[in-house]
Design a protein around this ligand. Structure first.
Ligand code: S3P
Length: 190
């Protein structure tokens, strides 16, 4: 397989919380040599606080403002894979910024997958931290419905249910590279 990664515009992985943006992005970074940036981590490092504390001290509006600014910053980079937060596409003109500066790829996962992953990863996500399992299940359905109008502005959609083991991650990375990053297809080149 030959990769053509020279001077690529950013790839933005978008999708609901738990859709696998960080897991797939990190693995893609390792497999391709492209730099992986997790937008939440980028914000945390820049502002010396974790997302929970930023929500607590600045409110969601304050967080969205930082997220907006940091998204614009990473949009200028080349050869990077950016895992956005689940809400990033849904505020301001963030989707337009991504589409103008690089390629947004929506990671899709079933309700069942999202619920399973988020039950385990609730604590560090302020929007769902205090929800019961039942509330979380309803929230996923309703929020995904509202967010789809933003998510659907992505140039491509990629299924990301199979990220539960090292083998599945390898296989999903291979499929992603075959689809988006090989010389033949190379639909992401500028
Ligand atoms: C959010 C998703 C989180 C994080 C913040 C808000 C959202 O990122 O940005 O808690 O609004 O969906 P992940 O999608 O990486 O969990």
């Amino acid at each position: 397989m030959s990769l053509n990664l020279s001077l690529m515009r950013p790839i933005f992985l978008i999708g609901f919380m738990g859709s696998g943006k960080s897991t797939l992005g990190r693995a893609l970074g390792r497999a391709t040599g492209m730099q992986f940036i997790d937008l939440d981590t980028y914000i945390e490092q820049r502002y010396h606080a974790n997302i929970r504390d930023i929500f607590a001290s600045r409110g969601e509006d304050g967080f969205r403002d930082l997220e907006r600014r940091m998204l614009r910053e990473v949009s200028e980079f080349e050869d990077v894979i950016v895992a956005c937060g689940g809400g990033t596409p849904c505020f301001f003109d963030n989707m337009e910024v991504m589409n103008a500066s690089g390629t947004a790829i929506l990671l899709s996962a079933t309700h069942e997958t999202l619920l399973r992953r988020l039950k385990a990863g609730r604590r560090r996500r302020p929007l769902i931290a205090s929800m019961t399992d039942g509330e979380l299940s309803v929230f996923i359905g309703e929020a995904l419905d509202k967010r789809m109008k933003y998510y659907s502005k992505a140039a491509h959609t990629f299924p990301a249910d199979r990220l539960e083991s090292a083998e599945q991650i390898d296989e999903t990375v291979r499929l992603f590279i075959d689809r988006f990053l090989t010389n033949d297809i190379n639909c992401l080149q500028q």
